[in-house]
Design a protein around this ligand. Structure first.
Ligand SMILES: C[S@@+](CC[C@H](N)C(=O)[O-])C[C@H]1O[C@@H](n2cnc3c(N)ncnc32)[C@H](O)[C@@H]1O
Length: 230
C-alpha cells in the first residue's frame, strides 16, 4: 500500500515511521509512506498556506491553492482514495481501518489552524474523524490511522493476531494471561492450564461476551443484532 500524507509538519512522523510494526512494514515493502509538505506549493513570497477568513472571525483558514496543487502533484492522485481529516468526519473505527487496508493508494490531508477553506473538501472522497475532540492538527490523527491500517495489511502481522482483536466481530477481546501462574494471590484460571482446546475456546468466548456486555453495552447490542440477522 502507498500512503501519501499532505502535512505542514512532516518531522512529526520521524519516530512513528521508524519504530515497531510500521518500520518493519516499510522495510518489508508492505507499506510506503510519502510525506508531502503542502507549504512547498505556496505561491506567495512568504510561503503562506493560511489566510484570514472571509466574513471575519477568530483563527486562520487553510488556503485552497497550496493544498490542491500538492494533491495534484501526486502521481495517479485521481485513482487514490482521498481522505480529509476533520473532527466533522465520520468516526474512524476498526471496520474502516479494515476497508482502508484493502486500498492500494491512500492520500490523507492533515489540517491545521481553524480549518479548511470549504472548497478543499470537493477534492477529497471522504472525511474522517478519530474522535469527538479537537486536536491542533491532523498529524496525530493520521498516525493513528496509519498504525491501525498497517497492522491489517496482508503479511504485516499474522492474521490470527488481529482477527480476534477487539471490534473485529463486534466484540471486545477475551482476557489474556502469561507467566507466572500466580502473582500476589491472583491465579491464572485453571481452564487455561489444562490444554483442553475446546474448553479454552468456550471460556474465551464466554469472557469475550461478558467483557463486551459490561464495558461496551452498545457494542454488545450491535453484536446481538448482527448475530440475529446472520
Ligand atoms: C484545530 S483543528 C480545527 C477544528 C475546527 N475548527 C472545527 O471545529 O471543526 C485543526 C485540524 O486538526 C485536525 N483534527 C482535529 N481534531 C481532529 C479529529 N478529532 N479527527 C481528525 N482530525 C482532527 C483536522 O485536520 C483539523 O482541520
Amino acid at each position: 500500500m502507498m500512503i501519501d500524507v499532505l502535512t505542514l509538519f512532516p518531522d512529526m512522523y520521524k519516530n512513528v515511521l521508524n519504530e515497531s510494526i510500521i518500520k518493519r512494514a516499510i522495510e518489508e515493502k508492505h507499506l510506503e509512506v510519502n510525506l508531502i509538505n503542502f507549504r512547498d506549493f505556496a505561491e506567495d513570497k512568504h510561503d503562506k498556506v493560511d489566510d484570514y477568513p472571509y466574513g471575519g472571525g477568530a483563527g486562520m483558514v487553510l488556503k485552497v491553492g497550496p493544498v490542491v496543487r500538492a494533491l495534484k502533484s501526486i502521481e495517479n492522485y485521481e485513482s487514490a482514495k482521498k481522505i480529509i481529516l476533520t473532527p466533522q468526519g465520520s468516526p474512524f473505527k476498526q471496520s474502516k481501518a479494515y476497508s482502508l487496508s484493502q486500498e492500494l493508494h491512500l492520500i490523507i490531508l492533515c489540517g491545521h489552524y481553524e480549518g479548511y477553506d470549504e472548497r478543499i473538501r470537493s477534492y477529497f472522497d471522504e472525511e474522517i474523524s478519530i474522535g469527538d475532540f479537537v486536536l491542533t492538527g491532523g498529524e496525530l490523527a493520521s498516525m493513528v490511522m496509519i498504525d491501525a491500517i498497517t497492522r491489517l495489511l496482508p503479511g504485516v502481522i499474522k492474521q490470527s493476531s488481529h482477527q480476534n482483536d477487539s471490534f473485529s466481530n463486534h466484540l471486545l477481546e477475551h482476557p489474556h494471561y502469561t507467566r507466572p501462574r500466580e502473582f500476589e494471590g491472583q491465579k491464572v484460571p485453571d481452564v487455561l492450564l489444562n490444554g483442553h482446546h475446546a474448553k479454552i475456546e468456550t471460556w474465551r468466548k464466554e469472557h469475550q461476551l461478558k467483557k463486551t456486555k459490561d464495558k461496551r453495552p452498545k457494542l454488545y447490542k450491535k453484536y446481538l443484532e448482527v448475530k440475529r440477522d446472520d
